[in-house]
Design a protein around this ligand. Structure first.
Ligand SMILES: [Zn+2]
Length: 98
């Protein structure tokens, strides 16, 4: 019989094969929710779902895509943000010329 704290679904269950070829259940803490896009709320790809202690030891390049706004915006919103930024800069330059 599992201990009282292991009867609820607070912990996730991981089936582990022991060296004696027995299958046992290990209880681990649940992973945090997936990272979301700051603009549209879509789930970000390339951003791992891990607990903070694992994220701290992970290299920066494995934590988010290496592009502008990587890890904050999804690729669609990133493209839109870059295009609007370039357009506003161009408009400002044209105004400065006049
Ligand atoms: Zn988005």
């Amino acid at each position: 019989m599992p201990a009282g704290k292991h009867k609820s679904r607070t912990f996730r269950r991981v089936h582990v094969r022991t060296p004696g070829s027995k299958s046992v259940v290990h209880y681990r803490k649940r992973k945090p929710k997936a990272a979301k896009c700051g603009e549209c709320g879509a789930v970000l790809k390339g951003v791992p779902r891990e607990r903070p202690y694992k994220m701290n030891n992970m290299p920066k390049t494995k934590k988010r895509p290496e592009r502008p706004y990587g890890g904050n915006f999804c690729s669609k919103c990133m493209r839109r943000a870059v295009i609007t930024k370039v357009r506003t800069v161009k408009k400002a330059e044209e105004k400065a010329k006049k």
